[in-house]
Design a binder for this molecule. Structure first.
Ligand SMILES: O=C(O)CCC(=O)C(=O)O
Length: 754
């Protein structure tokens, strides 16, 4: 710990972040003049017991800005028991890694910080892995994980602010939310920060003494040692203060936290440096009562006391000309040790492994779809494999032994009409102004066909299965059992790895067969081999169903791709469309297991008439059901005789004149009108056929299962659109099963061969 008087003033640091030789700053820090300084009197050494609560009568006029040495002297005068070294310590603690600039491209090798002395108990190579594994941090976007009243975890990453502090045992950082980024990526504040639910939750945690887990990203610039992993769990902390400061003249909130269990050194303490003074090693913080708000605040900065009450108008009242970034955190404030009710952690940092217990469905519950912490190396392992968890870093494996789940456990038998061939009750809903429907009975399916106004030749057909369909040999009931008995290679495939937050995974498991299907998820491809009899059966059945549904003159050819999806409880497929150029116009899905709700809605850009980001008018004909349809259609028709260029010019004013774009649709009613126009309940054995490229162009669909479910979706993919390197080695085999529905037409108990 440097105590030789050569300590640098904050801001003057060597490239390594180690403070350099002192020089008196020209930009001098603030101290109250000597009359007020006298009140800086230390009362006892208890770090918990409040010290003198003197009333500070505001800053006298004509105050001067003292030099760094004067600050040191003043503190000594006011508190002769205080070691001069403490002030230097403060400067050193405060400076931290202020000059280290880390970016997403900074590799751990280029990171100039020393190695930490230890290793995190829990770490992750992706935010998705972290959030899907840890119960105390499930916030995929924000840095705080709270439910508005209780806060469980915090994550900080990237560039810290002046006076942020990441020490071995104490932390200071700003509350998130409400910052704007300028063109250089510098965060500024343009208006006072207001109490958002996260800040309120932290305030409550301070009052109720509820501990919080802290996670650091690799790029946390004030972290004093090198972070090896993208995300590392630091441990349980006590939130002790929520206080006010100003940035750019606007109110901001900051937090102080203390490490909970300090018997062992923090694993992230830097190697080769003296340990920081422990919590409770310094005299008690100075406290004063504000003349304006009459509330007591502790002295936070070495330079002098200021009110830090978040509601006070005089909080952080730094004198004009003073650069607040030069303020040094007072070690009496920083390193105080707060009495705490809790002596144990609320839950272990390494969560318990999910186990089968007495439940036959334990392997497909929400818990089982979450990640686990590797017992070999501490990394968060997402549930990627259908069969269980596998650590890609050290090879550790874990699984919950699966049991075949009977259909009765995933569907409510009361939803089927017993006396009417066992058809399911239908719960479809549609918006009559956009959708027209017709019904028929075909091959023991009750077929509901939905036509979408303005999309000529397009339809969605829902083939509702009855008992005969479900019980057909090699049919839905058999498939549901076989898909549980055979591992067909279902897994969660990486969606993206773009935001610098590691890989993201979809919600559900999938496996692809036949032609490669690259939409959204690059799924590994398997051929239609005899090893996957169920897949061949499904392909043949769906090809047959599409032949029945698609008008003969459109010449439907058999499907050459199947995407099998598996959903554990609570998994789903969010809104998307199957609208790639390489796809044929027909897509058919067979549902197996628990029921699911399938919804169709117009895509946002077509509904609001403008692209999401730039809010430019979309270059597609508006369709019935979109916002301001009549006016938009008229305007569209009027420019059809123009050249493309002139059309574009005309359309550039549409955002304003026709009220296009989400931001223009100011009323809640208008925003809410962007909802589903068709909702189907898909049950075990049902088939849905979507036909017509325009459906995929204008509409998107989502599927939300109500429990354990599989879906087998067939498409036709044009091999000419696939890169030669991605084509399957063997060409896709034709359907050899040739399912023809004849069993369904046979009389009850009849033999299909007769
Ligand atoms: O029915 C399902 O589970 C989802 C099918 C689907 O939308 C797809 O595979 O694109």
């Amino acid at each position: 710990m440097p105590t030789d008087g050569n300590q640098a003033y904050a801001g003057e640091v060597q490239p390594t972040g180690v403070p350099t030789k002192s020089s008196a700053p020209t930009d001098l820090p603030y101290l109250p003049p000597s009359s007020s300084r006298k009140s800086l009197k230390r009362k006892g050494t208890s770090l918990v017991k409040p010290s003198a609560k003197k009333r500070f009568t505001g800053r006298p006029s004509g105050h001067v800005l003292p030099s760094f040495d004067e600050v040191v002297q003043a503190i000594q005068d006011a508190d002769p028991g205080l070691d001069v070294g403490l002030v230097h310590t403060a400067a050193s603690l405060h400076v931290g890694n202020r000059d280290i600039v880390l970016s997403k491209d900074t590799s751990p090798e280029d990171d100039p910080r020393p190695e930490p002395i230890g290793h995190p108990a829990v770490w992750a190579t992706s935010r998705c892995h972290l959030c899907s594994t840890l119960p105390y941090f499930q916030s995929y976007k924000s840095g705080i994980y709270s439910n508005g009243t209780a806060v469980y975890g915090f994550m900080f990453d990237g560039e810290n602010m002046p006076r942020d502090y990441v020490g071995a045992d104490a932390l200071i950082f700003r509350a998130g939310g409400g910052w704007t980024e300028d063109e250089n990526g510098v965060r500024t504040r343009n208006e006072d920060q207001t109490l958002n639910p996260g800040i309120i939750a932290v305030q409550l945690a301070v009052q109720e003494q509820t501990p919080i887990v802290i996670i650091s990203g690799r790029l946390t610039s004030k972290m004093q040692s090198k972070m090896k992993y993208l995300y590392s769990v630091l441990g349980w902390f006590k939130p002790t203060h929520v206080f006010a400061e100003k940035a750019n003249g606007k109110k901001v909130f900051r937090y102080r936290l203390e490490r909970m269990f300090t018997e062992e050194q923090s694993w992230w303490a830097p190697t080769g440096r003296d340990p920081e003074p422990p919590l409770g090693s310094q005299p008690a913080p100075i406290e004063k009562t504000c003349a304006v708000c009459e509330k007591v605040s502790q002295q936070i900065y070495v330079q002098g006391w200021m009110c830090s009450n978040i509601d006070c108008t005089s909080a952080f009242d730094v004198p004009a000309g003073q650069n607040p970034d030069d303020l040094i955190l007072d070690p009496r404030f920083l390193l105080q040790k707060t009495e705490w009710l809790h002596s144990t952690t609320p839950e272990p940092l390494v969560p318990n492994l999910p186990s089968a217990g007495s439940k036959s469905v334990a392997h497909i519950t929400r818990n089982a779809s979450r990640g686990v912490v590797c017992r070999g190396c501490g990394c968060c392992i997402p549930r990627k494999l259908w069969k269980g968890w596998e650590c890609s870093h050290c090879g550790w494996e874990y699984s919950i032994p699966p049991q075949v789940i009977p259909l009765g456990d995933v569907q409510d038998d009361n939803q089927f009409h017993e006396d009417d061939g066992g058809y399911a009750r239908s719960y479809s809903k549609c918006t009559d102004s956009v959708i027209s429907r017709e019904f028929s009975l075909q091959y023991n399916y009750r077929v509901a066909t939905y036509h979408i106004n303005g999309l000529s030749g397009c339809f969605v057909s829902h083939l509702i299965a009855n008992r005969k369909v479900r019980e057909e040999p090699n049919g839905p009931n058999d498939m549901f059992a076989q898909l549980q008995e055979q591992d067909i290679g279902l897994r969660r495939h990486t969606i993206s790895d773009k935001k610098g937050e590691g890989e993201s995974l979809p919600n559900h498991f999938s496996a692809n067969f036949g032609m490669p299907y690259k939409y959204v998820i690059a799924t590994k491809n398997e051929p239609f081999s005899d090893d996957y009899g169920i897949i061949n059966q499904a392909r043949s059945r769906l090809t047959w169903a599409a032949h029945q549904a698609v008008p003969k003159n459109e010449g439907f050819t058999e499907f050459n791709e199947i995407l099998a999806c598996g959903y554990f409880e609570t998994q789903k497929m969010k809104y998307h469309s199957d609208g790639e150029d390489d796809l044929g116009p027909t897509v058919a899905t067979l549902s197996l297991g628990a029921p699911a709700t399938m919804k169709f809605r117009m895509k946002s850009n077509h509904f609001y008439g403008a692209t999401k980001a730039a809010e430019k008018a979309v270059q597609s004909e508006p369709k019935p059901g979109c916002l301001n349809y009549e006016a938009r259609k008229q305007a569209w028709d009027e420019i059809q005789h123009l050249s493309k260029k002139n059309q574009g010019e005309q359309m550039s004013s549409w955002t304003k004149t026709l009220g296009l774009g989400k931001s223009q649709a100011k009323s809640t009613a208008k925003r809410e009108s962007h909802s589903a126009v068709l909702q189907l309940t898909l049950r075990h054995g049902d088939i849905v056929i979507m036909h017509g490229g325009a459906i995929q162009h204008y509409y998107e669909h989502e599927v939300v299962p109500d429990g354990f479910r599989f879906a087998l979706t067939a498409r036709t993919i044009d091999p000419k659109t696939i890169n030669s390197g991605d084509l399957p080695v063997e060409s896709v085999k034709p359907d050899h099963i040739k399912y023809d529905g004849s069993y369904l037409l046979a009389p009850p108990g009849g033999d299909i061969s007769t």
